[in-house]
Design a protein around this ligand. Structure first.
Ligand code: Q9C
Ligand code: ZN
Length: 358
């Protein structure tokens, strides 16, 4: 259980950050059948860092090394081991490859009727075994960057468990699309799930509130059957929005986790007024669950000019989102997820965090 909030830290926001995210720097992304410059790139975290560093209401800390245990508490150790060796193995088979991307998927179905799945031995087939889409290249430094993002989320969680009212984990690569045994959607390790599990393991009831434009299929899956962690998400309706097959309103949890999952799908063009009304409904669901600690999966890709999304949230809207979440009165770990409009990303993040700390 948590002690009272440390009032000395309210009003400033602790930012846990590392420049190791720059080790994950793909050259291209295969998206909508075309080669694009990556939307998810090091400039994103650098822009957020610069905006927060220019404001004395933020203080910075480096992450501690949390090791593998927090990752393997929420992910298949086979996925972790694969990501550690994937780039090297691929480059032994295909020397000189910068961005490693699978070119086969669903090979298990080729064995339908043959008497069971055979785990692939070839690195080419292994990629399709662990990855679910094409926009998430593995580069030489990807594993190190993904490990650093987990360290950041773990350290921010420890600070909040230790009494900080709010801590912001400036994670990159993001995490919420990674379920127990797959990577994709720009995500390798689920930083928010690591944070939530770490807090839950101390006996706290935890809610993950996901305000990224995209449904956090990975986080939802990891906690779907758990009673101690609630998942609440606002996102583009999966009838039109990635990841297409999760995020529907009738996904409410299962087994011991019945009624601990809440999805609020949104129409294209949703503006601040509608968004904030839905966020109030989300906050009512959270209050009903009665958590001790909140993890926010913070995406700024609901912004009206985001290049890959279609909602219409404004910069002022992000400040109001932060204020609404603050009204829950919970110790809060904010974990960075998406947001691809580089010109506004830092300011929008800052306004959310200042609203939260107000
Ligand atoms: N044609 C996050 O915001 N590409 N991930 C979608 C649709 C992947 C977004 C392709 C979008 C992933 C953390
Ligand atoms: Zn997103």
């Amino acid at each position: 259980m948590l002690g009272p909030l440390d009032s000395g830290t309210m009003g400033t926001v602790l930012v846990v950050a590392s420049d190791r995210h720059r080790l994950h720097a793909p050259l291209a992304e295969i998206e909508s059948s075309g080669f694009q410059a990556p939307f998810e790139h090091p400039g994103r975290a650098d822009a957020i860092h610069a905006a927060l560093a220019a404001d004395d209401r933020f203080e910075f800390a480096a992450p501690d090394d949390a090791g593998l245990a927090p990752i393997e508490a929420v992910h298949d150790p086979g996925l972790v081991a694969f990501l550690e060796r994937a780039w090297q193995d691929y480059n032994r088979a295909h020397p000189g490859t910068h961005d490693v991307v699978p070119d086969v998927f669903r090979m298990d179905a080729l064995r339908d009727g043959l008497g069971g799945f055979v785990e692939p031995v070839s690195i080419d087939a292994e990629l399709g075994r662990w990855c679910f889409e094409t926009t998430t290249p593995i580069t030489e430094g990807t594993y190190a960057a993904a490990r650093a993002a987990v360290d950041i989320a773990s350290t921010a969680t420890d600070r909040v468990l230790g009494g900080a009212g709010v801590a912001y984990a400036l994670c990159r690569p993001p995490g919420h699309h990674a379920p127990h045994g797959l990577y994709g959607g720009y995500c390798f390790f689920n930083n928010a799930a690591v944070a939530a599990h770490r807090a839950a393991a101390t006996g706290s009831r935890v809610t993950v509130l996901d305000v990224d434009y995209h449904h956090g299929n990975g986080t939802q899956q990891i906690f779907y059957r758990r009673a101690d962690v609630q998942y609440v998400s606002l996102h583009g309706d999966p009838v039109r929005a990635y990841p297409y097959v999760t995020g529907f309103a009738d996904e409410t949890g299962a087994g011991p986790g019945q009624r601990t999952n809440r999805n609020l799908p949104l129409a294209a063009g949703t503006d601040d007024a509608i968004y904030l009304g839905e966020l109030e409904r989300a906050c009512e669901a959270i209050a009903g669950f009665g958590p001790d600690l909140l993890v926010v999966s913070l995406g700024l890709d609901t912004y009206r000019s985001d290049p890959i999304c279609d909602l219409a949230v404004t910069t002022e809207g992000f400040a109001r989102q932060g204020e609404l979440v603050a009204a829950l009165g919970l110790p809060t770990v904010v974990v960075q997820e998406g947001g691809y409009d580089l010109a506004t990303l830092g300011e929008n993040t800052k306004r959310f965090l200042l609203g939260l700390a107000s």
